[in-house]
Write a protein that binds this ligand. Structure first.
Ligand code: FES
Length: 105
C-alpha cells in the first residue's frame, strides 16, 4: 500500500520529542505514522493538512480549540465510530477516516 497521500502536506511539524516510539495507523486507507502519546489530531495534522471535511460544504477542517470544546475535529474509524480527534489518543492499528462513512454524499 502506498504511503500517506503526499498531496496532504503536513500542518504540524514535529520539532521535539522525536524519541518517542512510533505508532503505525491507517489514514483513509493509507499507512501513516505518529508517535506514542500523540492525540489523534496531532497524528492527523502531522500526516496531512486537515483532520476532516466540513459536512456543510466539504471545506478542510483542522480543529479549532484543541481541547474538546468546539466539535471541529470529528473523525471516524473504519468501523463507523465517531471520535473527537483532539481528545483521543492515537493507537497502533487504528483505522481512521476523514469522511463520514455513513454520509451517502
Ligand atoms: S478541536 Fe475543538 S473539539 Fe477537537
Amino acid at each position: 500500500m502506498p504511503p500517506a497521500d503526499p498531496s496532504r502536506d503536513a500542518r504540524f511539524v514535529r520539532l521535539d520529542e522525536t524519541h518517542r516510539p512510533a505508532v503505525a495507523f491507517e489514514l483513509d486507507g493509507r499507512p501513516a505514522s505518529a508517535l506514542e502519546g500523540d492525540t489523534l489530531l496531532v497524528a492527523l495534522l502531522s500526516n496531512g493538512g486537515f483532520a476532516r471535511r466540513s459536512e456543510f460544504g466539504g471545506e478542510a477542517r483542522a480543529g479549532f480549540c484543541l481541547m474538546g470544546a468546539c466539535q471541529d475535529c470529528w473523525v471516524w474509524t473504519a468501523d463507523g465510530e465517531r471520535l473527537r480527534a483532539c481528545s483521543t489518543p492515537v493507537a497502533a492499528g487504528m483505522r481512521v477516516l476523514t469522511a463520514d462513512p455513513w454520509d451517502p454524499a
